[in-house]
Design a protein around this ligand. Sequence first.
Ligand code: SAM
Length: 472
Amino acid sequence: MYSVMSPKAEEFINDGEILETLKYAEENKHNEKLISEIIEKARLRKGLTHREAMVLLDCDIEEKNKEIYALAKQIKLDFYGNRIVMFAPLYLSNYCVNGCEYCPYHLKNKHIARKKLSQDDIRREVIALQDMGHKRLAIESGEDPVNNPIEYILESIKTIYSIKHKNGAIRRVNVNIAATTVENYRKLKEAGIGTYILFQETYNKKQYEKLHPTGPKADYAYHTEAMDRAMEGGIDDVGIGVLFGLNLYRYDFVGLLMHAEHLEAYKGCGPHTISVPRLRAADDINPDEFSNGISDDIFAKIVACIRVAVPYTGMIISTRESKETRERVLELGVSQISGGSRTSVGGYVEEESEEDNSAQFDVNDNRTLDEVIGWLIKMGYVPSFCTACYREGRTGDRFMSLLKSGQIQNCCHPNALMTLNEYLDDYASDTVRKAGKRMIEDELEKIPNEKVRETARKYIHSIDEGERDFRF
Ligand code: SAM
């Protein structure tokens, strides 16, 4: 039985309800009246149910699809403005005891180089990341209770926060590690993490079990209920996602939205972010052997439909996607991207040879962070290194209240400009610096509150004089 309030995975992600939803959407994909009503509801910016969103995803009336895309762009602009938050992944260890069929870190892969960063290695990696200009990291690790126990992750977080190299600082560490216990989530919270991220991979239980034949991750319920435990442990910013390509995208799209509905209903706050990774080639992984790959057009439609269905949830895209795809989905809803990423263990300090490869997947966008920043500025986006909300305690529903209050332009916008100015002063190339400084001048004018605008101007001047870390 489907129940959004149930603590049980198979009840809040209910197979019967998903299949009925898919049938309903299929039957209504040319139903112009219903589709128009759903679009009108979405215009209220209060979100859509999984059923409504699925009808929009299936909709095959060209005119209506144009409306959906236009609305996604408008909602993106209204909620997130032209700011794009920047982050980088940091791979700590690729030791793993799981059997995930799509991931080269699976236990049976004897070919891949196994590496684990020592605290000294982490220091070097973090300095390299700080020297690029990053302020926000997502740490990644395989699941291995012996090699990567929670104590190792906690110690690594402490190390990362402690490093202050020149003007560099990592101000927010998000964590992408395997599902764990409430007690461990509590420890992560105490260590000061930002978002806890865990991809569901697929919401289809049968397919999930096929793709995860061995190891602790094989337990569908334990994995699916992880966010409930994380929230119980005090983490109120959680990030969900599916790995598109593993299963029918329509099924997983519904599952993803049902998960968001569950967290909102059961825990009082929906997910902070949704990630939309697509399967990539990797050491012993060939994505062509998976039959559920999705086209760029469907990918764009998924992003647009997520944007209108959950306007308050940030959307993340990584360097798994090419420059062109990233460009396309940025305007449709993506609010956070990585740049200059390495998916290997130790890859920021040292480029790996082919024999020594420890990477999780091939990166599609190989540009440097400076190139990505220059590209964003050229397109009119403000790259933001802001980490203020979480440091000011604006997490979970408090962050959502800020979003809903309409004060974003007086808070996030100046914070984005100030952190961009830090980047320009400390790390940018001359061309990017010039373009960025011009952008900051123009964008300061868009801060509605005069007092905030003047304070931001003053802070930006102080940054040019050498001071750092201002925030609203
Ligand atoms: N081991 C942890 C877990 O079990 O969730 C941490 C996650 S892993 C380091 C990060 C994510 O990379 C996975 O959740 C998966 O979705 C994704 N991933 C794995 N193999 C991939 C591939 N071949 N292409 C693209 N993404 C992949």
